[in-house]
Design a binder for this molecule. Structure first.
Ligand code: PMP
Length: 368
């Protein structure tokens, strides 16, 4: 099947194999031995043996893919990244001071939301460069006794990514690091020794919207504020195997199919190499051109989200119309930044990036 290449920032393209498998199992899911269940996954009780097997496989595959250590719990929650901006302080802040590093729109939202539950302190910001650089960790103003330090490790809108996680201990802080890895989860490995909590919505690199991954170190469970809703209390969710309330079963099933696909691709290490190659192709082209540009500093350019601009913005509509006709979808940039954005998550093959670069070269020629 020949589909267009879809550069959406999220909900985003999924591997065709995953969609086709889901389609074939839509009305009658078969178990691992191929025995038909007589039900689609959406119709299964979350407590039945069929769904429990789907859930357990998904969790085990995620743990393997991301090499999550045994002292971390994997939770499947709901509410997306934005709900986690409240859920994290509800669980971790104890109503006290927390440090937030603001590197773009998403961490800015985290900073603002935390103020409802605790006292967020702006430890550093990239606002002075319009979020085209990352403030160096050595310059962060970390608060003594902060309950955690929040960092968005890939800013989906501004296209800046931490290529190394900060080592808070080396910076003199004992606080756990909280990372929002929504838009680059499973595109690269995670250094768990530096992380307390990682959270991310699924709709970029994993599957459909509706499920939020939370990976939380066990010693951080059990400190929630009294007002924390039970369904959002990490300990309650962990103690109930993410089934305190009905989990988003179909999203978990789709995520599980993506995890299996990722394993067939060689896992996260193999995927990371492909992502490096894809990003290199696109950034090298952008840097070689005077017709297009990317404004992000080289050391923190996102491998997943590549915002770019035409030197003459009056040509934006023509660019997008031509792109669509060439089978390149959803390239319009976020309204707060403007221009274009190519999101090249795991499911985007290198052929998609090659097709984009070819189109961009051809478009430039037509405008000469
Ligand atoms: N964090 C990041 C890094 C994101 O990219 C997004 C969504 N684009 C969010 C948080 C918010 O996710 P949701 O809309 O699922 O709440």
């Amino acid at each position: 099947m020949n589909r267009p290449f879809n550069f959406s920032a999220g909900p985003a393209a999924m591997p065709l194999e995953v969609l086709q498998q889901a389609a074939s199992e839509m009305t009658n899911w078969p178990d691992a031995q191929g025995r038909p269940s007589g039900m689609g996954v959406m119709e299964m009780s979350h407590r039945g043996k069929e769904f429990i097997s789907i859930y357990e496989q998904a969790e085990a595959d995620l743990r393997e893919l991301l090499a999550v250590p045994a002292n971390f719990k994997i939770l499947f929650m709901q509410g997306g990244g934005l709900a986690e901006n409240a859920i994290v302080p509800l669980n971790l802040s104890r109503g006290e001071t927390v440090d937030v590093v603001v590197t773009g729109s998403w961490s800015e939202k985290s900073y603002k939301e935390a103020a409802k539950y605790c006292t967020p302190h702006l430890a550093a910001t990239g606002a002075d460069t319009h979020f085209t650089t990352l403030p160096a960790p050595a310059q962060w103003q970390l608060s003594p006794g902060a309950q955690y330090v929040h960092v968005c490790t890939n800013e989906t809108i501004h296209g800046v990514e931490f290529h190394t996680l900060p080592d808070l201990k080396a910076l003199g802080s004992d606080a756990p690091l909280v990372i929002d890895f929504s838009s680059h989860v499973l595109s690269r490995s995670v250094d768990w020794a530096r992380v307390g909590v990682a959270f991310g919505g699924a709709q970029k690199n994993i599957g459909p919207a509706g499920v939020t991954l939370v990976v939380v170190r066990e010693d951080l469970l059990g400190h929630a504020l009294k007002v924390c809703p039970s369904a959002f209390n990490y300990k309650t969710v962990a103690d109930n195997g993410s089934m305190y309330n009905t989990p988003p079963t179909y999203s978990i099933y789709m995520a599980g199919l993506t995890f299996q696909w990722l394993k067939r691709q060689g896992g996260v290490a193999a995927m990371e190499q492909r992502n490096i190659a894809k990003a290199k192709l696109l950034y090298e082209f952008l840097d070689s051109s005077s017709f297009y540009s990317n404004k992000v500093a080289h050391d923190c350019r996102s491998r997943m989200n590549v915002p770019f601009f035409l030197a003459d913005e009056s040509r934006n509509d023509a660019f997008l119309t031509g792109a669509k006709a060439a089978g390149l979808l959803q390239l319009k940039g976020h309204k707060s930044v403007g221009g274009m954005r190519a999101s090249i998550y795991n499911a985007m093959p290198i052929e998609g990036v090659q097709a984009l670069v070819s189109y961009m070269q051809a478009f430039e020629k037509t405008q000469a």
